[in-house]
Design a protein around this ligand. Structure first.
Ligand SMILES: CC(=O)[C@@H](O)[C@H](O)COP(=O)(O)O
Ligand SMILES: NCC(=O)COP(=O)(O)O
Length: 264
């Protein structure tokens, strides 16, 4: 863990010590890219979500530019630097592909390493240890030397947390699809217990805990109530889908209400 990077994030503080909400705007860009009209605007989406109380913005600029593109990443960095200095910028991607150029040029608050292939439909697995250790170690060190907090996208496997800590990463992002797909079923408690054990294992080795993928208004509070120490959830697909019906403002407020409910 990098002593130069405070374990407590600005966003976490801004959320009053509760879990911070980082809105992933990938899907706004996906819709925008289907015409050459520049609408819906990624910047306006980010601003509306921040005005409604989101504490962070997340993007995942994939190599095929299917949604968030390089210009979006730079424009968002400028918007946050100029108008929202207290808001965290989290850039996700595979550090062996196009991600590190963004880290070097923009130095976001956080970078989340995700082991996706270039043409992957969506993120669907975490890093594998010890196999991935050697190639990740210099990349973790490089990002941290630039003052960027490093989070690793991980499956809920408690025994992998020691490897993440050995790498020197600051946080893990728990890949929450298996939780989301079993929420409300007979397997919910069993699957959720695995996330709780993984978070406990991460905290025990000094790692911060983030979470994301397929979280939504229905499953968010149950997750945060059960899983200790979650500092940030990054939510995109379901939140943007909700915003198509409710608008950005009401949607972000509703997600913040879900987070509040978990701590009530
Ligand atoms: C890493 C992860 O689970 C998501 O952050 C990812 O950004 C989803 O990518 P798509 O929006 O391309 O499905
Ligand atoms: N890291 C998760 C993220 O940024 C958004 O994932 P999703 O809510 O679009 O599934």
């Amino acid at each position: 863990m990098n002593p130069l990077i405070a374990p407590e994030s600005n966003a976490h503080h801004a959320a009053g010590g509760r879990c911070a909400l980082s809105v992933n705007v990938n899907k706004v860009a996906l819709l925008r890219n289907t015409r050459h009209l520049g609408i819906p605007s990624v910047l306006r989406a980010a601003e509306a979500c921040l005005l409604a109380g989101a504490q962070g913005i997340t993007v995942h600029p994939r190599p095929d530019a299917r949604h968030v593109r390089t210009q979006d990443v730079h424009d968002l960095a400028e918007l946050l630097r100029r108008d929202w200095p207290q808001v965290e910028y989290n850039i996700e991607g595979n550090p062996t592909q196009n991600l590190m150029d963004y880290v070097r040029e923009l130095r976001p608050h956080q970078v989340t390493f995700v082991p996706d292939s270039e043409d992957q439909f969506t993120s669907d697995h975490g890093w594998q240890f010890p196999a991935d250790m050697a190639r990740l170690k210099p990349l973790v060190a490089e990002a941290q030397a630039l003052g960027v907090r490093v989070s690793l996208f991980m499956d809920p496997t408690p025994e992998a947390m020691a490897y993440v800590a050995e790498l020197g990463a600051d946080r893990v992002e728990l890949y929450t699809e298996t939780y989301a797909s079993t929420h409300g079923t007979a397997r919910q408690a069993e699957v959720l217990a695995g996330f709780t054990r993984t978070a406990q294992a991460a905290l025990a080795v000094g790692l911060g805990v983030n979470a994301g993928h397929d979280l939504n208004r229905d499953n968010l509070a149950d997750f945060l109530r059960a899983v200790p120490g979650v500092q940030e959830v990054s939510i995109g697909h379901a939140l943007i889908a909700d915003a198509l019906e409710l608008g950005y403002t009401e949607t972000v407020r509703e997600y913040q209400r879900c987070i509040q409910k978990a701590y009530a």
